[in-house]
Write a new protein. Structure first.
Length: 526
């Protein structure tokens, strides 16, 4: 690991050490490390003939073998990979392509066709039609570890997604942190169903760093996961709690599938939301494998705290409160909780969670204001409110940045609000995330009508015309007014509490579980 300073060093080292070992499988097709390196080199050569040094190259595709080749091949010679979330609206893709100044877009034909309808864009190329073998171009100079390797757009509080600058150094630091908090063992085979456009894809590189086989699912279904485990001998899974619940339901009626997983699984890593204790118990009883939760975000190049298998066992037996924890930081990560004035909260005190680590991104693309606001004195402001208990476990209380996480996808409430305000009859609007047993949170819009009440159909149609489907509110409520602070800010915590029990209630006891940003002592950025 000491000689690995750039992303492509990971692949080079593995291809030199075990060229014929399986590196990557998608939909039953497997590439060895040697084949994966050849594909990455061919892509690098293709780009060198078409793009300037430092060019941004956008990628619009579902999970596929070539996606991982792009992970390595695009930044191999100083260019920047810009993964686009295939679930977004074509207008959102076009906006991000223009904002980052991409010189080229690689993608799958069906997605590129949708994108092409948006007008003036850089050249579009079918990723499957690129050369599969070509000598790599001569390097004019080695990439600096501080150079940006990936530019990943993520939702923020302003309604305008920010481009996160992930460097070779930050991504490799994130990999090393996860290697400490979620160790890779001899003989491990990793499987992930998560979209490779998300930062969660860094776990593929983690396993390549140790010369291990990564299996990427193009689309998640429990039966497809079981088949992948049977075919490849999967030992490690990465799942969201909702996926895990679906998997257990499938296994309850499929004894042979259950035997397959019990015979191979060593550990399941999960994130996006805490795991309910009943689900934790069922997983332990049915699969008998370890569980490891990770808390992180794009700006952290992956996960920064971990709840270990030992912690999960304690949650089952003696400490059920640990199941709601986000775990503790491993070596190389410092976590603190601060008040609005930057002073540290004592153990148990609530405030904004801040992180100091080499894995922190070096800022936002062409957004110095947001960068200066989020990065202060070497610390990154996560925008999450939480507390650290006496044993060092992080407990998240609320999301200061007002981002809704539904099914593992981030939704900026401000972005949805901006669209809803364009609908005739909308006077005021607040978009909040409400607890959902399946998706973690569901998007809910609270509308204060201005005259005639707009219909739910009109409100949803406006969102579908401009936003991704998962951003469209599943629930719409109407109110006479929105609760506000003395300074005029909408009290979204009060709204969440009022609607959690299927309707607004003035003295809902659930509100005791929520606190406002003013009560937290945390100022909302922007």
């Amino acid at each position: 690991m000491t000689d690995v300073h750039r992303l492509y060093d990971v692949l080079d080292a593995a291809a030199e050490a075990t060229p014929d070992a399986p590196a990557l499988s998608v939909d039953g097709t497997t590439w060895s490390f040697q084949e994966l390196r050849a594909r990455a080199d061919a892509l690098s050569a293709f780009l060198s003939a078409r793009c300037s040094p430092g060019a941004r190259v956008a990628l619009l595709a579902h999970n596929r073998l070539e996606y991982v080749a792009a992970y390595y091949g695009v930044p191999r010679d100083g260019r920047i990979l810009v993964p686009l979330n295939q679930r977004l609206h074509a207008r959102e893709w076009a906006e991000q392509i223009v904002r980052c100044g991409a010189e080229l877009v690689l993608g799958e034909p069906d997605l590129l066709d949708r994108l092409a309808a948006e007008g003036d864009l850089p050249p579009l190329h079918d990723i499957a039609g690129l050369p599969s073998d070509a000598p790599p171009p001569e390097r004019e100079a080695e990439s600096d570890p501080a150079d940006v390797a990936w530019l990943m757009f993520t939702s923020g509080t302003t309604g305008r997604p920010k481009g996160v600058r992930l460097t070779h150094r930050s991504l490799l630091a994130g990999i090393r942190v996860t290697a400490s908090g979620r160790p890779v063992q001899q003989g491990d085979v990793f499987c992930t169903p998560f979209p490779l456009c998300h930062v969660a894809g860094y776990q593929v590189l983690l396993h390549h760093l140790y010369g291990r086989h990564a299996v990427v699912m193009r689309r998640y279904t429990p039966s497809a996961l079981v088949e992948a485990a049977r075919r490849h001998g999967v030992t490690n899974l990465s799942l969201a709690p909702t996926m895990l619940e679906d998997l257990l339901a499938h296994l309850s009626d499929a004894p042979e599938a259950l035997d397959t997983l019990r015979g191979s699984l060593r550990m399941i890593g999960y994130g996006s939301a805490p795991i309910p204790v009943p689900l934790l118990r069922r997983t332990d009883e049915m699969l008998g494998c370890g569980l490891n939760q990770g808390y992180g975000m794009t700006e952290l190049s992956g996960n920064a705290t971990f709840l270990s298998p030992a912690d999960h066992r304690a949650a089952i037996t003696t400490r059920p409160e640990l199941a709601a924890s986000a775990g503790r930081p491993p070596e190389g990560v410092e976590i603190a909780v601060v008040a609005a004035d930057g002073t540290r909260r004592p153990p148990g005190g609530t405030g904004e969670v801040i992180v100091k680590s080499a894995q922190v991104a070096d800022g936002y693309w062409e957004d110095p204001e947001a960068t200066a606001e989020s990065l202060t004195g070497g610390w990154f402001r996560t925008g999450d409110a939480g507390r650290i208990d006496a044993d060092g476990y992080l407990h998240l209380v609320d999301r200061v940045k007002d981002v809704i996480i539904t099914g593992g996808e981030n939704v900026s409430s401000r972005e949805v609000e901006d669209v809803l305000r364009t609908v005739p009859g909308v006077g005021e609007v607040a978009v909040i995330g409400l607890p959902d047993p399946r998706w973690g949170q569901t998007v809910c819009a609270v509308i204060v009508p201005d005259g005639a009440r707009p219909s739910e159909d009109d409100l949803r149609a406006a969102c579908r015309a401009r936003l991704a489907g998962f951003k469209t509110p599943r629930r719409i409520e109407y109110a006479g007014a929105l609760p506000r602070t003395a300074t005029g800010k909408i009290r979204k915590a009060t709204l969440r509490a009022g609607y959690t029990n299927d309707g607004p209630e003035s003295d809902n006891p659930v509100s005791d579980c929520f606190v406002t940003n003013e009560e937290l002592g945390v100022e909302l950025p922007g």
